[in-house]
Write a protein that binds this ligand. Structure first.
Ligand code: IPM
Ligand code: MG
Length: 384
């Protein structure tokens, strides 16, 4: 599998009077604004990146890429070779969201393989983005928006879901056909040991930089793919004796996430389970509008996108929360460009704005000040 690299990144020493000193980076960023609220949240994230560039003396070059519905409107398909090639020529890609309202959008009149979501799955596969990192963190300031009982949220939580992203049910063979006169649909859940090993390695490595715990989530009491998953994860664990490994069935994990989320550090799981659990984990943080994500391959390249969808019902109304996308941009600086200080600055700015009581609708609570998408972006820019 060909993977994208960081071909265009160049680092050179800043002049003493430029930025805050240190290395200046020139980075090529692919931008997929996408559909629904995508363009407005990406616009705010770019403003934030531009502020970072100015303060720290970096240069970010942007290349617009079409994906999903936006690509269907122009080319009739959700992902073109051109988008894949252009993405590969970038150091990282920042994405908003793709997809529309399945009931009303003409995109959903197309056959499933030509719909917006197929474009997203296609680019994940084409760029070999097998490791999807979804951090779920309870901000002190958002405790009031957390739907859990106070005695549970009081403990706080800070977990990272490591979701396998290019295997399993999403990419197994599928078909719908008539068998003996009865319509029958088949989806295939398959994993090989190589796929499991490489994602498990990522989970153990990141756990080392966190609190040293991995909880591997499967359904090994029923599924063969889960039994292999567990076996390989256990083998891998021997190479990381300093990391504490536990296993949990996915149904139990769904329950534990609302009963005692503080117990989790890194949750390692396959594609479909990770899709479901990450929505659940994000909602217990108060809003899915806060959750960033990084999809990585085995180079420095990554695709960064909020964990949430395209929310077509509020698109273009200046109502969407841009924070998940802004935090995804911070992840991009951290993981693809090694700009930790700059990523910290974005995260700190978000925290300050929340502390001052500014809220978009999804995280609104009593006594706070309501702001729209653009204002939220501006407030964060000001704090960098
Ligand atoms: C996600 C989304 C996607 C997925 C959809 C849009 C295909 O829900 O990134 O979690 O299921 O992976
Ligand atoms: Mg999802």
């Amino acid at each position: 599998m060909q993977t994208a690299g960081r071909k265009g990144t160049s680092a050179f020493l800043c002049k003493l009077d430029a930025g805050l000193g240190g290395m200046c980076m020139r980075c090529k960023i692919g931008v997929i604004s996408g559909d629904g609220i995508g363009p407005e949240i990406v616009r705010e994230a770019r403003e934030v990146l531009e502020k970072v560039a100015k303060v720290y003396g970096h240069t970010f070059e942007y290349t617009e890429l079409l994906l999903g519905g936006a690509s269907i409107d122009v080319y009739g398909i959700p992902l073109t070779e051109e988008t894949i090639e252009k993405a590969k020529a970038c150091d990282a890609v920042l994405m908003g969201s793709i997809g529309g309202d399945a009931k009303t959008s003409p995109w959903y009149q197309l056959e499933p393989s030509k719909r917006p979501e197929a474009g997203l799955l296609g680019i994940r596969k084409a760029l070999n983005l097998f490791a999807n990192l979804r951090p779920a963190y309870l901000y002190e300031e958002l405790r009031a928006a957390c739907p859990l009982r106070e005695d549970i949220s009081a403990a706080g939580f800070d977990m990272l879901i490591m979701r396998e992203l290019t295997g399993g049910l999403y990419f197994g063979e599928r078909k719908t056909e008539e068998v003996d006169g009865v319509l029958t649909a088949v989806d295939t859940l398959s994993y090989n040991e190589t796929e499991i090993r490489r994602i498990a390695k990522r989970a153990f490595e990141i756990a080392r930089k966190r609190r040293g715990k991995v909880c591997s989530v499967d359904k090994a009491n029923v599924l063969d793919s889960s039994r292999l998953w567990r076996k390989i994860v256990e083998e891998m664990a021997k190479e990381y004796p300093d990391v504490e490994l536990s296993h949990m069935y996915v149904d139990n994990c769904a329950m534990q996430l609302v009963m005692n989320p503080a117990q989790f550090d890194v949750i390692l799981t396959e594609n479909m389970f990770g899709d479901i659990l990450s929505d659940e984990a994000s909602m217990v943080t108060g809003s899915i509008g806060m959750l960033s994500s990084a999809s990585l391959n085995d180079t420095k390249f990554g695709l960064y996108e909020p964990s949430h969808g395209s929310a077509p019902d509020i698109a273009g109304q200046d109502k969407a929360n841009p924070i998940a996308t802004i935090l995804s941009a911070a992840m991009m600086l951290r993981y693809s460009f090694d700009l930790d200080k700059e990523a910290d600055a974005i995260e700190e700015a978000v925290r300050k704005v929340l502390k001052e009581g500014y809220r978009t609708g999804d995280i609104m609570s009593d006594g706070c000040e309501y702001v729209g998408t653009q204002k939220m972006g501006e407030l964060i820019v000001e704090k960098i």
